[in-house]
Design a binder for this molecule. Structure first.
Ligand code: MEV
Length: 313
């Protein structure tokens, strides 16, 4: 049996692809897997939300390609395996579904074949899967999925576990519109080619939000965390990553007293994350968001990490 969490990026998406830092948290929805010996290699995916993995030929082809890349990590002499995936996250929602699938598949295959890997090594190995879906990911999704907890991450550097002074009561809501991380990364890359100075200035702003965000989280200053989330959202909007549907959810969360709200993940659809004052308030915001979203839930961000490893990819 293997399992891996989804994630929500609190600060720093997109800029993280260009070597800037970001902060992400594991969420308590993810992917569970079981691998067992079989006559031939087979991957079977079962979704547990209304909107999980699209049932189309392109997705099937990608899943099989990703599965093949992961199987190639094991010796040629291995016996065939059937891997069953149970997915609790919608795909294309900015919640790290594909990374969690990759990490969970590797966890299950490691167990089947008796391979011992640390959580950090598992995150690194799972990039073989993640690259099929996202082209050139920063690795933050896989790292959070494998390590759990809340991480301060910079591509190629040591990922640091953050210990929030208080657990952050956050609400996640999905617009219902699947977005392609690869396309959104490409769109930012095009803007950067056209006007590098402007985009780098936006990344500078995001980087300073990330460092201040870390301080505010460690100090337990929820108001400051919320304000920084709002600022981060404005900067992401300036990169044309927001949509009418995202704005509607962000506006609803703020109208119900959220301390801050922003798109999370790639944008262009996908999900938002909103910060509440406390758990009861988070449920009030969640009820309001659930009217406009097919998938909204409360999660405690920054619950203690399952590992204290510090790793880099
Ligand atoms: C996707 O969850 C976050 C992005 O920054 C891409 C990445 O870091 O690989 C948009």
């Amino acid at each position: 049996m293997g399992s891996a969490s989804g994630k929500a990026i609190l600060f720093g998406e997109h800029a993280v692809v260009y070597g800037r830092p970001a902060i992400a948290t594991a969420i308590d929805r993810g992917v569970h897997t079981e691998a067992r010996p079989a006559e031939r290699d087979l991957l079977s995916v079962r979704g547990e939300t209304e909107q999980t993995i699209p049932d189309d030929a392109e997705t099937d082809e990608r899943l099989n390609q990703a599965f093949d890349r992961v199987l190639a990590l094991y010796p040629d002499t291995r016996s065939a395996a059937r891997v069953d995936l149970r997915v609790e996250l919608p795909g294309g929602a900015g919640l790290g579904c594909s990374a969690a699938m990759g990490v969970a598949v590797i966890a299950a295959l490691d167990e089947l074949y008796g391979v011992v890997r640390s959580a950090g090594q598992r995150a690194e190995a799972s990039l073989a899967w993640e690259r099929v879906f996202h082209g050139n990911p920063s690795g933050i999704d896989s790292m959070v999925s494998a390590l759990g907890g809340m991480l301060f991450f910079r591509k190629g550097k040591t990922a640091i576990s953050i210990n929030p002074k208080v657990t952050l009561p956050v609400v996640i809501a999905h617009t219902g519109i699947a977005s392609s991380t690869r396309e959104m990364i490409d769109s930012v890359a095009r803007q950067r080619t056209q006007d590098a100075e402007r985009v780098e200035r936006v990344f500078d702003g995001i980087e300073s939000i990330v460092s201040n965000g870390r301080l505010a989280i460690e100090a337990g200053d929820l108001r400051a965390v919320g304000q920084l989330m709002d600022l981060n959202h404005s900067l992401l909007s300036s990169l044309m990553l927001s949509t009418v549907e995202i704005e509607e959810l962000v506006g609803t969360a703020r109208a119900h007293g959220a301390l801050g709200a922003k798109l999370t993940g790639a944008g262009g659809g996908g999900s938002i994350v909103a910060l509440a004052r406390d758990e009861a308030h988070a449920h009030t915001i969640c009820d309001a968001l659930a009217q406009k979203s097919r998938f909204a839930f409360v999660t405690a961000a920054g619950a203690p990490s399952t590992t204290s490893e510090r790793v880099s990819v």
